[in-house]
Design a protein around this ligand. Sequence first.
Ligand code: CP
Length: 289
Amino acid sequence: MQLLDRAGQIRDAAVGRVGKRTVLAGSAVCTLFFEPSTRTRSSFQLAAQRLGADVLNFDASTSSTRKGETARDTLKNIEAMGVRGFIVRHPDDGAVQRLADVAGEGTALVNAGDGRSAHPTQGLLDMLTLRQACGGDFSRLKVLIVGDVKHSRVARSDLHALRTLGAGEVRVCGPASLLPDAGTTAGCVVGTDFDAMLEGVDAVMMLRLQRERMEEGLVPSLEDYHVHYGLTAERLARAAPGAAVLHPGPINRGVEITDEVADGPQSWVLRQVANGVAVRMAVLEHLLG
Ligand code: CP
């Protein structure tokens, strides 16, 4: 809640409406990404710059990673250049913790998404968005998370955050092949009937359908997925009036969500993105300021 409050306070600075702050002046931060990203990387970069830090963007695809250098050696080498803040995205579960274990004292790592484990700042920015959309009392909130929950680090961090903040009711919905183990959804209402699960919810958090799941045979086709789990305006009418629609991006338009809903009046998608800069400023300020 402290991070969310702080993000709310510095939102004008986050979206560039006021000048740069200097709390991280003299610090160097590296975005260390071993997977692609648009929103997370850009917003962390802007967040660090708007706090006055120098920012180094490491891109695995154009680095010595391609010659076989390990993530550990990459981190240690960049750390040797005086970088004390690392924003890390990695395809392997637990990779960020393993890198944190070998980082020097005084070096901070932020998880920007690892494997299917966690995407903590996405969880935070989603909670800030829910608070803005639905009010601050999470105990009154009915939230539905929809889609490829099984493979989603966003869903895991959202579930963690919703439990921590005491959300009133959390529903989880998707095809049986894309639902996670019971432990992940403990305390949630779980089901496969999207129309039924939508009834009366205050917010719908859509997840990206990871297209590779089709190749794995977990989804028959994109068309079939859309028929059963695509959020259309007609379906959205089942939710509470004015229910908020969230999506972490990138969106598969016409698959998990229609253009009409993604760009419609109930969409908070771009406000999630703006909140991402503010939340990441709050996190960097807390860790490095
Ligand atoms: N939401 C999210 O993590 O998007 P990117 O993969 O573009 O960073």
